[in-house]
Design a protein around this ligand. Sequence first.
Ligand code: PBG
Length: 328
Amino acid sequence: MSFSPYYRPRRNRRNVATRALLAETVVKPSDFIYPIFVIEGTNRREAIASMPDIYRYSLDKLQEEIAACYDLGLRCFAPFPSLSDEKKDKYAKESHREGNLFLQTIQTLKKDFPDIVLFTDVAMDPYSSDGHDGLVENGEILNDETLEILAKMAIAQAQAGADYVAPSDMMDGRVAYLRQALDEAGYTHTGILAYTAKYASAFYGPFRDALDSAPKMGDKKTYQMNPANVKEAMLEARLDAEEGADMLMVKPGLAYLDVIRVLADNFDLPIAAYNVSGEYAMIKAAAQKGWIDGEAVMLETLLGFKRAGAKVILSYFAKAYAEIYPKL
Ligand code: PBG
């Protein structure tokens, strides 16, 4: 039988240059926000067992690490503090104590690298003896009382030099509350990266190892979203946009690419995707076992976020990506 297909899409995939020419999605180092962990002390660099190649750094070591990232073209960072238990209490008082490790970190990094952009997490969990993002009373997470604590934290971070505060707590009304609190304190230029659709996810496990911040009782399902829902993500996005968010985030990323797409299609604010710790750990673990090609899977994964509509990617792969980017 003589048959020759009339349509041959493979012509456009014949060689490297043609494929590069026609690539619809490109990931660049400037697309990333790199999450980094800071600990007390000096000259410390601690491995995190469930996150190979990611470390907790004391501030002096973190300065070196940020310098290395800077040289690779990374400019945007999301620091998280890892505190010892004696610094934690029910009210997360350490979170807004003047001169605390986190505020010191923000100040130092902005002084060393004035053109970096810092996104600082606003939630109680790293400072809470209950390991929750909000204030716990008789087993309940109190919404409105938590807002006051979050606002103190956000103002302290803005004062230290944070470019965007990033509420990851999922309390109702927090974007409006923080916007008003920041404006009244004179920080009209400080942005809000809202963790808009943050799901109650098992993919956060390694992060909670890194910060030793797992909830002491219960789970986070009364404030973080049900993984079954996407309409509810639209509701959260509408509220965050109306309340004054500057960017909307979906978290985790990989199991929620449809949510990223829906928000990207329906909102004109930039959408961020958080490629969370468990997603990182799965790829690293399978690669260590030789079961997958870790680098190739990383590249494919990061493309997936952008293809789904994310403008910004928070990822523990940011540095590894920036390292190989010139060769891509
Ligand atoms: C807490 C917070 C979490 C992450 C970022 N901020 C964990 C949680 O909600 O329990 C997870 C990030 C990751 O897994 O990489 N406010």
